[in-house]
Design a binder for this molecule. Structure first.
Ligand code: SF4
Length: 403
C-alpha cells in the first residue's frame, strides 16, 4: 500500500496509554539478560533440555556449550547497545571480531541463539570467537546462519563418515575445525568447489552427492532445520513437518516442557494456538520478541483494537490463523506439496544416546506421527491427504480460489 496521507489510529488515546505503560514496565526491568545478550541466553536451557543441535544433529547435547554462553560473549562486546528502529527492547550489541584480515573490526550485531546452535554446537565448535567470525562472515556475505551452518555440518558429517573425500572438499573438514568452517562458509557464498553444490541447500546437495548422504541432510521441504531438536520437545517435530516453509522455528510449537516419550496427540491443540499466534505476529510485521516479551495477551488485543478499531479476541485470531494457513496450504498444493512432504528428517528418528534426551526420538513411533498428522489436519479442517475440505474453504471465504 502506498500513499501520502496521514495514518490515524482508531483510538489514539488508548494506544498512547498502553505504549506508556508497557515502555515503563520494560525499562524498569534493569536486570534483563535478554536486553544484554538477546536470544543467545537460550544456549544453556536448550542444551539442558536436550534440544541443542550437536555435530549435524548426531546429538542433542553439546559438552562444550559453556564456551558458547553469554559469559563468554562479554569479552568481545564493545558496549554499544543496538536495536532495530524504535524498539524499546534493544536486544543486541556491537562486538569485535578477531578476524586476522580485519584486526579490531567492530561489527553489528551479536550472534543469535540460532547462530550459536548451527555454527557452534552443530559444527562441534566450542569457541565463541569462531562463532562471532562465522556470524560476521554470514552477515557480510548475505548468508543465513541456519542454512549455511547446516550445510557446513552436513559436509563435516559426510567427511567424517567417508562419504566425501578430502580431495572433493579441498581440505579435511572435521567437526570442531573452525578454520575449515570459515573456509566452507566463503566457498558456499562464492560457489567455489564443493561450495557450488552446498549453496543449493542440504536437500539438493544430498541428491547430487548421493552415496547415502540423504540420511545426513536435516531439512523439511528443503528448508534446513532451525537450532531446536524435536527429540527434546514433544510436538516440535509436528510443527517442523507441517510448517508451510519447512523446518522453521517461527511457525509455532506447543507450549510444553515434555519430552516425546508419550503421544504428541496431547499437544496438538496447544500447537494450533501457538501457530495462529505466530501467523498474527507475522501478519502484523512485528518482531516476535518486541510483541511477546513486554505485552500480555490482553494488552496485545487492546493494542490491536485501539489501532484498527476492530474487535480481535482469541476466537477471531483462531479463525484468522486457520484462514491464512489454509490459504498457504492451497498455494502449496498448487505447487505440488502433498502429505508425503509433511515429514521429519531421518536423523530425528535416530534414538538419542546421550544427555537429557537420551532414549528419545521425535515421536514415540511412526504410528504416533501419522496419527498426530491426521489430528492436525482435522483441527485445520483438511482431509487425510492434507487437502482443505470444500466445507472449510467455504467457511473461510476462500471459495474464489478453487475451481
Ligand atoms: S525489534 Fe526485535 S530483534 Fe530488533 S531490537 Fe527489538 S527485540 Fe531485538
Amino acid at each position: 500500500v502506498k500513499g501520502t496521507g496521514k495514518i490515524t489510529a482508531a483510538d489514539p488515546e488508548s494506544l498512547r496509554e498502553i505504549n506508556k505503560t508497557v515502555t515503563k514496565r520494560w525499562n524498569d526491568k534493569k536486570d534483563s539478560e535478554f536486553r544484554n545478550y538477546g536470544t543467545a541466553i537460550l544456549v544453556e536451557s536448550a542444551n539442558e533440555g536436550g534440544q541443542f543441535p550437536t555435530r549435524n544433529w548426531r546429538n542433542t547435547y553439546f559438552e562444550g556449550y559453556e564456551s558458547l554462553t553469554p559469559g563468554m560473549m562479554k569479552h568481545w562486546i564493545t558496549g554499544n547497545q543496538l536495536s532495530c528502529p524504535h524498539c524499546i527492547i534493544r536486544c543486541t550489541h556491537s562486538y569485535k571480531t578477531e578476524d586476522p584480515s580485519n584486526p579490531g573490526l567492530e561489527v553489528e550485531s551479536t550472534p543469535e541463539y540460532e547462530t550459536f546452535g548451527m555454527c557452534g554446537g552443530n559444527l562441534g565448535i566450542n569457541d565463541a570467537q569462531t562463532v562471532f567470525q562465522l556470524n560476521y562472515l554470514a552477515d557480510d556475505l548475505g548468508l543465513d546462519t541456519i542454512s549455511s551452518g547446516s550445510a557446513i555440518g552436513f559436509t563435516m558429517d559426510a567427511f567424517e563418515k567417508g562419504i566425501l573425500e578430502e580431495n572433493e572438499i579441498g581440505f579435511p573438514a572435521r567437526f570442531g575445525d573452525g578454520e575449515a568452517a570459515l573456509k566452507l562458509m566463503r566457498m558456499i557464498a562464492h560457489k567455489e568447489g564443493i561450495g557450488e553444490i552446498l549453496a543449493k541447500g542440504v536437500r539438493q546437495a544430498a541428491i547430487e552427492i548421493g552415496r547415502g548422504s540423504e540420511k545426513l541432510a536435516v531439512h523439511v521441504k528443503g528448508l534446513e532445520a532451525a537450532a531446536w531438536d524435536p527429540r527434546g520437545k514433544k510436538g516440535l517435530g509436528l510443527s517442523y513437518a507441517t510448517a508451510d516453509v519447512g523446518a522453521s522455528h517461527l511457525r509455532g510449537w506447543p507450549q510444553t516442557g515434555e519430552k516425546p516419550e508419550s503421544s504428541a496427540l496431547d499437544v496438538i491443540e496447544s500447537m494450533v494456538i501457538e501457530r495462529d499466534t505466530k501467523i498474527l505476529t507475522d501478519s502484523l510485521i512485528v518482531c516476535h520478541f518486541s510483541w511477546n516479551f513486554p505485552l500480555s495477551r490482553e494488552e496485545k488485543f487492546r493494542l490491536l483494537n485501539s489501532a484498527t478499531g476492530l474487535d480481535y479476541d482469541d476466537a477471531r485470531v483462531s479463525l484468522f490463523g486457520q484462514r491464512i494457513e489454509t490459504l498457504i496450504r492451497l498455494f502449496n498444493i498448487n505447487e505440488g506439496i502433498t502429505r508425503e512432504d509433511d515429514v521429519i528428517p531421518h536423523r530425528f528418528w535416530d534414538v538419542e544416546t546421550i544427555g537429557p534426551s537420551k532414549g528419545m526420538k521425535a515421536f514415540i513411533d511412526q504410528d504416533d506421527f501419522e496419527k498426530s498428522l491426521d489430528s492436525y489436519y482435522e483441527h485445520r479442517g483438511w482431509n487425510k491427504d492434507g487437502i482443505p475440505t470444500k466445507k472449510t474453504i467455504e467457511k473461510l471465504g476462500l471459495s474464489f480460489l478453487v475451481k
